[in-house]
Design a protein around this ligand. Structure first.
Ligand SMILES: O=C(O)CCC(=O)C(=O)O
Ligand SMILES: [Fe+2]
Length: 229
């Protein structure tokens, strides 16, 4: 497979964009990984419910167009590989921005965006996001999106994230205001289409030791609010 070399851009102190960070092989591996995790009957992207006629149907668990899995990273399959990938990305970013703190990824969030709908503006400042300035590491696979972010004292900006791109924010920009403005339908690269079509996957790593053992409190998140079940 032809590959495009990664290209690191320090947008601002602690905000690092790695274009083409992941090889096609790695994107394929992560796609299969997320689809397998998402299809689990428990703790996947879908939950069973019934339609008005009483017929059993599956719906995404977080929003009409969004599935979500949040758990201690050690509870995920192949957690060593998945964690190692995060460490490699942070170490690459730190070579270009020495102000970016180190991290110990404790939790993984998997998101599945099935439609063009993105995510509202917010700051990752809940306990399950990590109460520290350690990096948030965010991987895009599949459909592209427009990621909005606002640096203090500057206008909001938009960054196109495509499959294999990685965005990292920590240190002085750990409390970055951000959103997913929109997801571009049917932009999933051809080489992933045997695994899934027309969806965006997001892997987000967090260093949130205070959330350990409390994952049930953060398992469900509807429209930005954690709902304990
Ligand atoms: O999907 C994304 O790229 C962003 C997700 C996000 O900001 C979050 O889950 O807090
Ligand atoms: Fe976020």
């Amino acid at each position: 497979m032809t590959q495009t070399e990664p290209c690191v851009n320090v947008i601002a102190p602690g905000l690092i964009f790695i274009k083409h960070a992941l090889s096609k092989e790695l994107q394929l591996w992560l796609s299969k990984y997320a689809v397998d995790a998402g299809n689990r009957p428990d703790n996947g992207f879908w939950v069973e419910t019934s339609d008005p006629e009483g017929k059993a149907i599956k719906v995404l668990n977080s929003d009409i167009g969004r599935g979500r899995i949040y758990d201690d990273i050690s509870k995920f399959p192949d957690s060593g590989e998945v964690e190692g990938l995060c460490q490699n990305l942070v170490s690459t970013a730190r070579k270009h921005d020495s102000h970016l703190p180190k991290m110990n990824p404790t939790h993984l969030l998997l998101l599945y965006y099935a439609t063009h709908e993105g995510m509202e503006w917010h700051v990752d400042n809940d306990i399950n996001d990590g109460k520290n300035d350690h990096p948030i590491v965010s991987i895009t696979i599949g459909n592209a999106c427009d990621f909005g972010y606002k640096l203090i004292g500057k206008e909001a900006q938009t960054l196109r994230l495509e499959s294999g791109d990685v965005l990292i924010w920590g240190g002085v920009n750990r409390m970055l205001l951000h959103c997913v403005e929109k997801v571009y339908q049917n932009t999933c690269p051809d080489f992933l289409q045997s695994i899934f079509e027309n969806a965006r996957l997001n892997f987000t790593y967090r260093d949130a030791p205070d959330a350990r053992g409390r994952e049930h409190q953060f398992k469900y998140n509807f429209s930005g609010f954690n709902v304990e079940k």
